[in-house]
Write a protein that binds this ligand. Structure first.
Ligand SMILES: *Cc1c(COP(=O)(O)O)cnc(C)c1O
Length: 356
Protein backbone atom coordinates (compact mmCIF):
# COMPACT_ATOMS: atom_id res chain seq x y z
CA UNK A 1 0.00 0.00 0.00
CA UNK A 2 1.28 3.41 -0.84
CA UNK A 3 -0.13 6.90 -0.48
CA UNK A 4 -0.52 6.92 -4.28
CA UNK A 5 -4.03 5.53 -3.99
CA UNK A 6 -5.19 8.59 -2.03
CA UNK A 7 -3.43 11.49 -3.74
CA UNK A 8 -5.08 13.17 -6.74
CA UNK A 9 -3.30 12.02 -9.96
CA UNK A 10 -2.57 15.58 -11.08
CA UNK A 11 -0.80 16.27 -7.78
CA UNK A 12 1.16 13.00 -7.97
CA UNK A 13 2.28 13.73 -11.51
CA UNK A 14 3.30 17.37 -11.11
CA UNK A 15 6.80 18.40 -10.14
CA UNK A 16 5.78 21.44 -8.07
CA UNK A 17 7.14 24.95 -8.43
CA UNK A 18 10.83 25.54 -7.72
CA UNK A 19 11.32 28.98 -6.15
CA UNK A 20 14.66 30.76 -6.36
CA UNK A 21 17.06 29.89 -3.57
CA UNK A 22 16.84 31.73 -0.23
CA UNK A 23 20.37 31.17 1.10
CA UNK A 24 20.97 30.32 4.76
CA UNK A 25 24.32 30.91 6.40
CA UNK A 26 27.21 32.37 4.38
CA UNK A 27 26.35 35.93 3.24
CA UNK A 28 25.81 36.31 -0.50
CA UNK A 29 24.45 39.10 -2.67
CA UNK A 30 20.96 37.98 -3.69
CA UNK A 31 20.36 38.80 -7.35
CA UNK A 32 18.14 35.78 -7.99
CA UNK A 33 14.50 36.44 -7.00
CA UNK A 34 13.89 40.09 -7.98
CA UNK A 35 13.43 41.38 -4.46
CA UNK A 36 14.03 45.07 -3.79
CA UNK A 37 17.62 45.68 -2.61
CA UNK A 38 16.44 48.55 -0.38
CA UNK A 39 14.56 48.15 2.92
CA UNK A 40 10.94 49.35 3.08
CA UNK A 41 10.72 53.12 3.87
CA UNK A 42 10.79 54.00 7.59
CA UNK A 43 7.06 54.93 7.89
CA UNK A 44 6.18 51.40 6.76
CA UNK A 45 8.49 49.80 9.34
CA UNK A 46 7.21 52.18 12.04
CA UNK A 47 3.58 51.31 11.28
CA UNK A 48 4.38 47.60 11.43
CA UNK A 49 6.20 47.88 14.77
CA UNK A 50 3.35 49.93 16.24
CA UNK A 51 0.87 47.22 15.20
CA UNK A 52 2.59 44.47 17.19
CA UNK A 53 0.37 44.51 20.28
CA UNK A 54 -2.35 42.62 22.11
CA UNK A 55 -4.87 43.26 19.33
CA UNK A 56 -3.18 40.52 17.35
CA UNK A 57 -5.54 38.18 19.26
CA UNK A 58 -8.32 39.45 16.97
CA UNK A 59 -8.96 38.33 13.40
CA UNK A 60 -8.03 40.81 10.67
CA UNK A 61 -10.60 42.60 8.48
CA UNK A 62 -11.71 39.69 6.24
CA UNK A 63 -11.63 41.48 2.88
CA UNK A 64 -8.65 43.73 3.74
CA UNK A 65 -10.94 46.75 3.36
CA UNK A 66 -8.39 49.31 4.67
CA UNK A 67 -5.93 48.09 2.04
CA UNK A 68 -8.53 48.26 -0.73
CA UNK A 69 -9.46 51.80 0.32
CA UNK A 70 -5.83 52.96 0.39
CA UNK A 71 -5.28 51.36 -3.03
CA UNK A 72 -8.41 53.08 -4.32
CA UNK A 73 -7.01 56.45 -3.20
CA UNK A 74 -3.57 55.91 -4.75
CA UNK A 75 -4.75 54.45 -8.06
CA UNK A 76 -7.97 56.43 -8.43
CA UNK A 77 -10.16 53.33 -8.52
CA UNK A 78 -13.28 52.14 -6.67
CA UNK A 79 -12.18 49.95 -3.67
CA UNK A 80 -14.91 47.49 -4.71
CA UNK A 81 -12.81 46.84 -7.82
CA UNK A 82 -9.84 45.76 -5.70
CA UNK A 83 -9.21 42.31 -4.20
CA UNK A 84 -6.20 41.72 -1.95
CA UNK A 85 -4.11 38.57 -1.97
CA UNK A 86 -1.60 36.87 0.30
CA UNK A 87 1.01 37.76 -2.31
CA UNK A 88 -0.09 38.10 -5.90
CA UNK A 89 0.44 34.33 -6.27
CA UNK A 90 -2.65 33.96 -4.05
CA UNK A 91 -4.58 36.12 -6.52
CA UNK A 92 -3.47 33.90 -9.40
CA UNK A 93 -4.83 30.87 -7.52
CA UNK A 94 -8.10 32.72 -6.81
CA UNK A 95 -8.46 33.62 -10.49
CA UNK A 96 -8.04 29.98 -11.54
CA UNK A 97 -10.50 28.82 -8.86
CA UNK A 98 -13.04 31.37 -10.06
CA UNK A 99 -12.88 30.65 -13.79
CA UNK A 100 -11.32 27.26 -14.60
CA UNK A 101 -13.15 23.95 -14.42
CA UNK A 102 -11.24 20.63 -14.77
CA UNK A 103 -10.16 20.07 -18.38
CA UNK A 104 -10.45 23.72 -19.40
CA UNK A 105 -7.57 25.53 -21.03
CA UNK A 106 -5.36 28.25 -19.59
CA UNK A 107 -2.88 29.85 -21.98
CA UNK A 108 0.06 32.25 -22.04
CA UNK A 109 2.76 33.42 -24.44
CA UNK A 110 6.09 31.96 -23.36
CA UNK A 111 8.68 32.05 -21.97
CA UNK A 112 6.80 33.42 -18.99
CA UNK A 113 6.37 33.16 -15.21
CA UNK A 114 6.80 29.47 -14.38
CA UNK A 115 4.09 29.39 -11.69
CA UNK A 116 1.06 29.57 -14.04
CA UNK A 117 1.62 26.00 -15.19
CA UNK A 118 1.59 24.22 -11.77
CA UNK A 119 -1.27 26.41 -10.49
CA UNK A 120 -3.36 25.46 -13.53
CA UNK A 121 -2.52 21.79 -13.08
CA UNK A 122 -3.61 21.91 -9.43
CA UNK A 123 -6.94 23.31 -10.57
CA UNK A 124 -7.31 20.42 -13.03
CA UNK A 125 -6.91 22.72 -16.02
CA UNK A 126 -4.63 22.32 -19.03
CA UNK A 127 -1.85 24.86 -19.45
CA UNK A 128 -0.80 25.65 -23.03
CA UNK A 129 1.73 28.12 -24.32
CA UNK A 130 2.48 29.86 -27.61
CA UNK A 131 5.86 31.58 -28.13
CA UNK A 132 5.95 35.37 -27.97
CA UNK A 133 6.31 36.85 -31.45
CA UNK A 134 9.84 37.86 -32.42
CA UNK A 135 8.93 41.54 -32.02
CA UNK A 136 7.59 40.91 -28.48
CA UNK A 137 3.96 41.28 -29.51
CA UNK A 138 1.27 38.81 -28.39
CA UNK A 139 0.47 35.80 -30.61
CA UNK A 140 -3.20 36.76 -30.34
CA UNK A 141 -4.79 34.47 -32.95
CA UNK A 142 -2.78 31.40 -31.87
CA UNK A 143 -3.74 31.98 -28.23
CA UNK A 144 -7.39 32.59 -29.00
CA UNK A 145 -7.48 29.45 -31.16
CA UNK A 146 -6.77 27.41 -28.01
CA UNK A 147 -10.15 28.58 -26.70
CA UNK A 148 -8.78 29.42 -23.25
CA UNK A 149 -10.84 30.41 -20.23
CA UNK A 150 -7.91 32.45 -18.90
CA UNK A 151 -4.91 33.99 -20.67
CA UNK A 152 -1.94 35.24 -18.63
CA UNK A 153 0.10 38.14 -19.98
CA UNK A 154 3.07 39.11 -17.82
CA UNK A 155 3.98 42.76 -18.39
CA UNK A 156 6.84 43.43 -18.06
CA UNK A 157 7.43 39.78 -18.82
CA UNK A 158 9.48 37.45 -16.67
CA UNK A 159 12.17 36.38 -17.33
CA UNK A 160 12.71 38.47 -20.49
CA UNK A 161 11.89 41.95 -19.13
CA UNK A 162 10.09 43.13 -22.27
CA UNK A 163 6.79 44.99 -21.95
CA UNK A 164 4.47 44.14 -24.83
CA UNK A 165 2.62 47.25 -26.13
CA UNK A 166 -0.64 48.02 -24.30
CA UNK A 167 -2.36 48.09 -27.70
CA UNK A 168 -1.59 44.36 -27.87
CA UNK A 169 -3.36 43.78 -24.55
CA UNK A 170 -6.39 45.64 -25.92
CA UNK A 171 -6.31 43.52 -29.08
CA UNK A 172 -6.27 40.36 -26.95
CA UNK A 173 -9.11 41.51 -24.67
CA UNK A 174 -11.24 42.19 -27.73
CA UNK A 175 -10.38 38.89 -29.47
CA UNK A 176 -10.78 36.35 -26.68
CA UNK A 177 -13.98 34.96 -25.17
CA UNK A 178 -12.04 34.32 -21.96
CA UNK A 179 -10.50 36.41 -19.20
CA UNK A 180 -7.19 38.22 -19.69
CA UNK A 181 -4.93 38.48 -16.64
CA UNK A 182 -2.31 41.19 -16.93
CA UNK A 183 0.35 40.29 -14.37
CA UNK A 184 2.05 43.58 -13.47
CA UNK A 185 4.32 42.19 -10.75
CA UNK A 186 7.04 44.46 -12.23
CA UNK A 187 4.69 47.23 -13.33
CA UNK A 188 6.25 49.94 -11.17
CA UNK A 189 9.54 49.60 -13.06
CA UNK A 190 7.84 49.94 -16.47
CA UNK A 191 7.08 53.01 -18.58
CA UNK A 192 3.31 52.58 -18.25
CA UNK A 193 0.55 50.39 -16.75
CA UNK A 194 -2.57 48.69 -18.05
CA UNK A 195 -4.73 50.08 -15.21
CA UNK A 196 -6.44 52.69 -17.45
CA UNK A 197 -7.63 49.83 -19.73
CA UNK A 198 -9.89 48.44 -16.97
CA UNK A 199 -12.57 51.04 -17.65
CA UNK A 200 -13.21 49.70 -21.16
CA UNK A 201 -12.55 45.95 -20.85
CA UNK A 202 -14.64 43.95 -18.42
CA UNK A 203 -12.73 40.72 -19.14
CA UNK A 204 -9.46 42.23 -17.88
CA UNK A 205 -7.89 41.57 -14.46
CA UNK A 206 -4.65 43.25 -13.40
CA UNK A 207 -2.49 41.85 -10.61
CA UNK A 208 0.29 43.69 -8.78
CA UNK A 209 2.56 42.79 -5.89
CA UNK A 210 4.36 44.51 -3.01
CA UNK A 211 7.14 41.91 -3.25
CA UNK A 212 9.27 43.66 -5.87
CA UNK A 213 8.92 47.45 -6.00
CA UNK A 214 7.25 47.43 -2.54
CA UNK A 215 10.26 45.87 -0.75
CA UNK A 216 7.85 43.67 1.23
CA UNK A 217 8.27 40.16 -0.23
CA UNK A 218 8.40 38.80 3.32
CA UNK A 219 4.93 40.18 4.11
CA UNK A 220 3.11 38.48 1.18
CA UNK A 221 0.81 41.20 -0.23
CA UNK A 222 -0.74 41.40 -3.69
CA UNK A 223 -3.53 43.43 -5.25
CA UNK A 224 -5.96 42.53 -8.02
CA UNK A 225 -7.88 45.15 -10.02
CA UNK A 226 -11.00 44.14 -11.94
CA UNK A 227 -14.66 44.92 -12.55
CA UNK A 228 -16.92 45.08 -9.50
CA UNK A 229 -18.78 41.98 -10.73
CA UNK A 230 -15.64 39.86 -11.01
CA UNK A 231 -14.44 41.12 -7.60
CA UNK A 232 -17.69 39.88 -6.01
CA UNK A 233 -17.04 36.38 -7.36
CA UNK A 234 -13.36 36.41 -6.39
CA UNK A 235 -14.22 37.27 -2.78
CA UNK A 236 -16.20 34.02 -2.59
CA UNK A 237 -13.24 31.79 -3.44
CA UNK A 238 -10.51 33.39 -1.33
CA UNK A 239 -9.43 32.13 2.09
CA UNK A 240 -11.63 33.87 4.65
CA UNK A 241 -8.78 35.91 6.17
CA UNK A 242 -6.23 35.77 3.38
CA UNK A 243 -4.34 38.93 4.41
CA UNK A 244 -3.12 38.86 8.00
CA UNK A 245 -3.31 41.95 10.21
CA UNK A 246 0.35 42.93 9.91
CA UNK A 247 0.28 42.52 6.15
CA UNK A 248 -2.73 44.86 6.03
CA UNK A 249 -0.91 47.44 8.17
CA UNK A 250 2.19 47.24 5.97
CA UNK A 251 0.14 47.50 2.77
CA UNK A 252 -1.79 50.56 3.97
CA UNK A 253 1.41 52.28 5.13
CA UNK A 254 3.14 51.52 1.83
CA UNK A 255 0.22 52.83 -0.23
CA UNK A 256 -0.11 55.98 1.90
CA UNK A 257 3.63 56.64 1.71
CA UNK A 258 4.14 55.69 -1.91
CA UNK A 259 6.13 58.91 -2.50
CA UNK A 260 8.90 57.43 -0.37
CA UNK A 261 9.28 54.58 -2.88
CA UNK A 262 9.81 56.79 -5.92
CA UNK A 263 13.56 57.42 -5.32
CA UNK A 264 14.15 53.71 -4.69
CA UNK A 265 12.43 52.74 -7.93
CA UNK A 266 14.29 55.47 -9.80
CA UNK A 267 17.63 54.21 -8.46
CA UNK A 268 16.82 50.66 -9.59
CA UNK A 269 15.85 51.79 -13.08
CA UNK A 270 19.09 53.76 -13.34
CA UNK A 271 21.21 50.79 -12.22
CA UNK A 272 19.30 48.57 -14.65
CA UNK A 273 20.23 50.75 -17.61
CA UNK A 274 23.83 51.06 -16.39
CA UNK A 275 24.28 47.30 -15.89
CA UNK A 276 22.79 46.61 -19.31
CA UNK A 277 25.31 48.92 -21.01
CA UNK A 278 28.19 47.47 -19.04
CA UNK A 279 27.27 43.84 -19.80
CA UNK A 280 26.75 44.58 -23.50
CA UNK A 281 30.25 46.11 -23.59
CA UNK A 282 31.63 42.87 -22.15
CA UNK A 283 30.18 40.61 -24.87
CA UNK A 284 26.86 39.71 -23.25
CA UNK A 285 23.73 40.33 -25.30
CA UNK A 286 21.18 42.07 -23.12
CA UNK A 287 17.89 43.35 -24.53
CA UNK A 288 16.04 46.31 -23.01
CA UNK A 289 14.18 45.47 -19.80
CA UNK A 290 11.33 47.36 -18.16
CA UNK A 291 11.54 45.26 -14.99
CA UNK A 292 14.04 45.15 -12.09
CA UNK A 293 16.12 42.42 -13.72
CA UNK A 294 18.02 41.74 -16.93
CA UNK A 295 18.07 38.56 -19.01
CA UNK A 296 21.59 38.35 -20.42
CA UNK A 297 22.80 35.99 -23.12
CA UNK A 298 26.30 34.97 -22.05
CA UNK A 299 29.33 35.58 -24.34
CA UNK A 300 29.74 32.85 -26.97
CA UNK A 301 32.46 30.21 -26.74
CA UNK A 302 33.27 30.72 -23.08
CA UNK A 303 31.58 29.32 -19.99
CA UNK A 304 27.96 28.16 -20.33
CA UNK A 305 24.97 29.73 -18.57
CA UNK A 306 25.12 27.03 -15.91
CA UNK A 307 28.84 27.66 -15.39
CA UNK A 308 28.19 31.40 -14.97
CA UNK A 309 25.59 30.50 -12.33
CA UNK A 310 28.04 28.27 -10.44
CA UNK A 311 31.08 30.54 -10.77
CA UNK A 312 29.17 33.67 -9.75
CA UNK A 313 27.80 31.78 -6.77
CA UNK A 314 31.35 30.88 -5.71
CA UNK A 315 32.17 34.59 -6.04
CA UNK A 316 29.27 35.45 -3.69
CA UNK A 317 26.58 36.44 -6.22
CA UNK A 318 23.37 34.42 -6.53
CA UNK A 319 21.63 34.81 -9.91
CA UNK A 320 18.89 32.79 -11.65
CA UNK A 321 19.31 30.23 -14.41
CA UNK A 322 16.41 28.54 -16.24
CA UNK A 323 18.17 25.57 -17.82
CA UNK A 324 14.98 23.54 -18.29
CA UNK A 325 13.90 25.80 -21.19
CA UNK A 326 16.05 25.20 -24.32
CA UNK A 327 15.61 28.88 -25.32
CA UNK A 328 17.12 30.02 -22.02
CA UNK A 329 20.12 27.67 -21.57
CA UNK A 330 22.59 30.34 -22.75
CA UNK A 331 21.02 33.07 -20.61
CA UNK A 332 21.23 34.22 -17.00
CA UNK A 333 18.84 36.50 -15.14
CA UNK A 334 20.24 39.13 -12.85
CA UNK A 335 18.14 41.10 -10.34
CA UNK A 336 19.10 44.77 -10.13
CA UNK A 337 20.71 45.64 -6.80
CA UNK A 338 22.19 48.76 -5.23
CA UNK A 339 24.96 50.70 -6.95
CA UNK A 340 27.55 49.05 -4.67
CA UNK A 341 26.17 45.58 -5.40
CA UNK A 342 26.24 46.20 -9.15
CA UNK A 343 29.82 47.51 -9.01
CA UNK A 344 30.88 44.39 -7.09
CA UNK A 345 28.96 42.16 -9.48
CA UNK A 346 30.69 43.67 -12.52
CA UNK A 347 34.06 43.18 -10.82
CA UNK A 348 33.19 39.50 -10.28
CA UNK A 349 32.18 39.23 -13.95
CA UNK A 350 35.43 40.86 -15.07
CA UNK A 351 37.46 38.48 -12.94
CA UNK A 352 35.71 35.47 -14.49
CA UNK A 353 36.19 36.88 -17.99
CA UNK A 354 39.97 37.24 -17.47
CA UNK A 355 40.25 33.81 -15.78
CA UNK A 356 38.79 32.27 -18.92
C1 LIG B 1 7.18 37.67 -8.22
C2 LIG B 1 6.06 37.45 -9.18
C3 LIG B 1 4.77 37.20 -8.73
C4 LIG B 1 4.42 36.88 -7.31
O1 LIG B 1 4.58 37.81 -6.42
P1 LIG B 1 4.11 37.58 -4.91
O2 LIG B 1 3.28 38.76 -4.67
O3 LIG B 1 5.38 37.57 -4.13
O4 LIG B 1 3.34 36.31 -4.80
C5 LIG B 1 3.75 37.10 -9.65
N1 LIG B 1 3.99 37.21 -10.97
C6 LIG B 1 5.24 37.43 -11.43
C7 LIG B 1 5.44 37.53 -12.89
C8 LIG B 1 6.30 37.53 -10.55
O5 LIG B 1 7.54 37.69 -11.02
Amino acid sequence: MTIRQWVRPNVLQMAGYTPGEQPQGKPVVKLNTNENPFPPPQPVLDALKAAVDGKLRLYPEPSARPVRQAAGMLYGIDPDQVVAGNGSDDLLTMILRTFVDPGEVVAAPDPTYTLYDPLTTLQGGQFHTVPWKADNTIPVSALVALNPKVIFITRPNAPTGHATPLSEVVRLCKSTKGVVVLDEAYGDFANNSGLPLLANHDNLIITRTFSKSGALAGMRIGLGFMSRDIALQMHKVRDSYNLDKLAQVAAVAALENWDAYEPLIQAIRQQRNHLRNQLNRRGFQVPESQANFLLAQVPQGRRSGKEWLDDLKSAGYLIRYFGADPRLTDKIRITIGTEAEMTGFLQAVDKLLTDN
